[in-house]
Design a protein. Sequence first.
Length: 352
Amino acid sequence: MTRTLFVLLLALVLWVPGLAQPTANQADATFTNPVLPAGADPWSIYRDGYYYYTHTTGRNITLWKTRSLSQLDSAPKTVVWTPPATGPNSRDIWAPELHFLNNKWYLYYAADAATNQTHRLFVLENASPDPTQGTWTDKGQITDTTDKWAIDGSVFENNGQLYFVWSGWEGDVNGRQNIYLARMKNPWTIAGPRLKVSTPVFAWERNGDLPPTETPAHVDVNEGPQVIRRGNKLVLIYSASGCWTDTYALGMLTAPADSDLLQPGSWTKSPVPVFQQDPARKVYAPGHNSFFKSPDGTEDWILYHANDAAGQGCGNFRSPRAQPFTWRPNGTPDFGRPVAPGQPLARPAGER
């Protein structure tokens, strides 16, 4: 058979119904994790037809803008804030979150003055309709009266009241991170005392050994709190154990939405993790999540970071991943198992 005849026959085969290769549209209907090669503490918010995404860079706050969060690797990005050369918020810019409150944008982030002990939470404000444009104004530190070590600040609204939730120390010495909650006076001011809503008590929350050269040698961790509402139930998802361990996982607290959220008895803690590593699928240390809806509003998705191999720790190997989740009859989320890297997933409904 001549080369020319072979090529003609191959072309005919590709046109036979049932034997054709996937079309471009079919291929575009799916995506694979991770959605970016690297990036810890992923966060997104959807407004006016666009997702705005951010994660920890450590050196600035960068926003991605896209109509399709599953296509994040091709989205334009903008550095919207660079820290000062010195001062309390000049180093280690961690876990930024973007929120739209009272018709303005707010960025919450953790930073320090070059030592871990000085880590605190700060707020930026922008009145532009597009947070990648306009001017970001420094609203300063956000804290309760204790002014203790704090990271991973987030905001949620319940029954007309704004609340601030974060991870912090009880005192001034490292060794345990708790989840705290407080009412807010406005988007940059905490109005009252903090309530400790979670502390590491279960074995799966207390994997936190550090190398012998580190002080302390062990840290118990609850961090990365995120609140989502389903019916009359508030669900607080948090990350447990050290992010430097493969056993970093997600835990859950629930509270009735009509309860006094600042009463300790309002919150019930799950005794087991709700999302954790899956070595069979090569997903390790999944955690520090956020949530988003599909563009058409019909699907719930979890956005989180994880490692591809054991022992990769709490650094630049972490990458952001997204997958849909469902709800149990009791109003709690069912995240299932982490999806393996490279496994095709249908894009969020309504993406274009």
